[in-house]
Design a protein around this ligand. Structure first.
Ligand code: UGA
Length: 436
């Protein structure tokens, strides 16, 4: 079985590496030649736990990385994992997927293979049927479900867990027409992931499942964030005890109830906006989804209000931000709430020092000389007047009286309730904890 993966972001790279490590013949393709050569040398431009190791195993086995699309010619399966970025109106931008599928169509025109093309990129309902399928048919000169298969196969992996999620997905969704290709796809996935539910549906439902999944996760986060704001105003109330307890109810579930500064990253914010845009175009006013986004966009105000209460005026105050990655165990700062907060604090003319175990280089690309970068927590806190914990890196659990002793004013704003159980010689505020 020869497999191609087109688009080597963290999704494409994780899938190619895992498939190759399982002895499939895989060619990972990306238009960026420099990126391809870095990947071949094992020099990844992103930090993702376990990816480097799995990639190394894959490269030793049957993984080829190339910018040469013609290698698709001999493939039985082609996974499309290119990005679908956001337009200023919140819709998705299809130029990359159109370009990729145009090239795929041109190549399979000359091929004797009848490949299955899996669309893993996140696209709104109707895109596979109305945009991608016509491109593939036109460019290949072949009919869908006869000369090639096309299946919508949304991806649910999380950054920082990409390899584990690729190896052990919670579900496989296959959207498209019932055909020999669908049967083959089902066989392939049931062999790869025995005991994992496989949902077979049409294109549009498969595409919507992805948006339903991410928007529900975002809804859980905004729900707990709104509740945490109420808790904060209620002396003695602790949002984590509430989240833990309601999470025991199987109808609710314990995950994604961790209150904080709001959801960020390259997926939830983008997918929420795309679904809202899609709903509006469909003539539905998505009031709940709008509220979820609204809560998310206002969550940073809580933090700034507390900082202003403590420091009176933010101007010229030295504020330390712990964590700029959008979540722990990644160096990704795309749509990170921490980056947004730093921008707001800079507007208030605060002086910023940041610390992050992995994301300093990416943060430098945004702020350059405008802020200070500390390589240790102690350095980050030195002479600081306020520290704000934004990302729950495990390292921040070690914060104690000794580490904060060189702060010039001991104000702590803990957005992740990392230090809630510690006796600290400081003014301590935690998101979601009502002060007595
Ligand atoms: C998200 C989904 O979780 C994946 O299932 C999906 O495949 C992916 O988007 C995608 O569409 O590609 P990811 O962007 O890696 O994955 O990040 P999440 O782990 O979902 O976290 C998103 C944001 O929510 C982060 O800023 C995180 O700090 C925040 N979050 C998450 C909370 O504030 N509280 C929680 O309880 C959980």
């Amino acid at each position: 079985m020869n497999i191609a993966v087109v688009g080597l972001g963290f999704v494409g790279l994780s899938i190619s590496s895992v498939l190759a490590s399982k002895n499939y013949n895989v060619v990972g393709i990306d238009i960026d030649n420099q990126k391809c050569s870095d990947i071949r040398n094992g020099a990844l431009s992103l930090f993702e736990p376990d990816l480097e190791n799995t990639l190394r195993i894959g490269l030793k086995k049957k993984l080829t990385i190339s910018n040469n699309f013609s290698l698709i010619k001999n493939c039985d399966m082609i996974f499309v994992t290119v990005g679908t970025p956001q337009t200023p109106l919140g819709a998705i931008e299809l130029s990359m997927i159109k370009k990729a599928t145009t090239t795929i169509g041109q190549i399979i025109r000359k091929s004797k293979k009848n490949p299955i093309i899996f669309i893993k990129s996140t696209v709104v309902p109707g895109t596979a049927q109305n945009v991608i399928l016509p491109i593939l048919e036109k460019k290949s000169g072949k009919k869908a479900n006869r000369g090639f298969g096309i299946i919508s196969n949304p991806e649910f992996l999380q950054e920082s867990n990409a390899i584990r999620d690729t190896k052990y997905p919670h579900a496989i969704v296959l959207g498209g027409k019932q055909s020999k290709y669908m049967k083959k796809a089902k066989m392939f996935f049931s062999k790869m992931h025995p005991n994992v539910p496989i949902v077979i549906t049409n294109f549009e439902t498969a595409e919507m499942i992805k948006y339903a999944n991410n928007s529900f996760l975002a809804t859980k986060i905004s729900f707990i964030n709104q509740l945490s704001n109420i808790c904060q105003k209620t002396p003695g109330v602790n949002v984590d005890d509430i989240a833990r307890t309601i999470g025991l109810d199987p109808r609710i579930g314990k995950l994604f109830l961790n209150a904080g500064p709001g959801y960020g990253g390259s997926c939830l914010p983008k997918d929420m906006k795309a679904l809202i845009n899609f709903a509006n175009i469909s003539g539905i006013n998505p009031t709940l989804l709008n509220a979820v986004e609204d809560i998310n966009s206002k969550q940073l105000e809580q933090i700034i209000t507390i900082a202003k209460q403590q420091l009176i005026d933010l101007k010229s105050k030295r504020i330390t931000i712990l964590g700029t990655a959008f979540k722990p165990n990644t160096d990704d700062i795309r749509d990170s709430k921490s980056i947004e907060l730093i921008k707001k604090l800079l507007k208030n003319k605060a002086n910023i020092t940041i610390h992050d175990p992995k994301a300093i280089e990416n943060t430098k690309k945004i702020f350059g000389e405008k802020i200070l970068y500390a390589t240790s927590i102690a350095d980050a806190l030195n002479k600081s007047q306020c520290v704000i914990i934004m990302t729950h890196w495990k390292q921040y659990d070690t914060l104690n009286n000794n580490l904060i002793k060189h702060m010039s004013e001991k104000n702590i704003i803990d957005c992740r309730r990392v230090l809630v159980k510690k006796e600290l010689d400081a003014k301590y505020y935690a998101i979601g904890i009502g002060k007595n």
